[in-house]
Design a protein around this ligand. Structure first.
Ligand code: CO
Length: 231
């Protein structure tokens, strides 16, 4: 039997439709015409980090992919399809990977224990830990946990930049750019890690060469201005 909470959600939906139509009678007609979001957001499935809400954007403004601990696994067909579609078909200008402090996935990966099916998934985070063991080893407790959350975001951003979709589209059109964020559950604020997108792009292009025609002079120059800064 439906619970009160279940019934309330459907009532919420109807109330929301009425509010939106009252503010803009053509709201749903316009959305039904198609989407042209400026952002692809890749975040954690955690119920406390809802993409549209924390970004303050309406339906149609952000294409969203969420999973446990905001991972971009190179062999995950789901995430790879989302990235390819967002870049090549929707032409998003910005891709954001958003982690969050207090992430249960990161916490589980740092601890002991057999998590069954999640072992392989969480090993992606353990791999990040292993790559940054020296830095993380100097930190303790909460500081180490927070830093691993940030390094995980950086690593997943790098995985996004590795894709042929991002490399190819950036080479042709000068976007999308990739950003790393960490959301803090305790104050609701998004922290921009200001990852060095161009440096990472140039670095991955020396190894992850998916274009047979990519020559040295086509590798993104690190010193060039951001496309959005060009008038
Ligand atoms: Co999380």
């Amino acid at each position: 039997m439906p619970t009160d909470e279940y019934r309330q959600v459907l009532a919420n939906n109807r109330a929301w439709v009425e509010r939106m139509k009252a503010a803009d009678p053509s709201f749903f007609d316009a959305l039904a015409e198609g989407q042209s979001p400026g952002f692809l957001y890749i975040g954690c499935a955690d119920s406390r980090v809802p993409a549209n809400v924390i970004m303050g954007v309406q339906p149609g403004q952000v294409f969203v992919h969420r999973n446990v601990a905001n991972l971009v696994v190179n062999t995950d067909v789901n995430a790879q399809a989302v990235i390819q579609y967002a870049v090549e078909n929707l032409h998003v200008r910005q891709i954001v990977v958003c982690g969050h402090y207090g992430c249960g996935g990161v916490q589980a990966a740092m601890g002991d224990g057999d998590h069954g099916l999640l072992n392989g998934w969480l090993s992606e985070i353990r791999d990040v830990y292993r790559r940054h063991e020296t830095e993380l080893g100097k930190l303790e407790g909460e500081a180490r946990y927070r830093r691993l959350t940030e390094l995980n975001v950086l690593e997943q951003c790098t995985n996004v930049i590795k894709t042929s979709a991002v490399q190819g589209h950036y080479r042709e059109h000068g976007f999308p750019t990739v950003h790393g964020w960490v959301y803090d559950l305790r104050d609701g604020l998004i922290r921009d890690l200001e990852i060095p997108f161009r440096e990472i792009l140039a670095e991955v292009q020396t190894i992850y060469r998916f274009s047979p025609h990519l020559t040295a002079d086509q590798i993104a120059p690190v010193e060039a201005p951001e496309p959005d800064e060009v008038s």
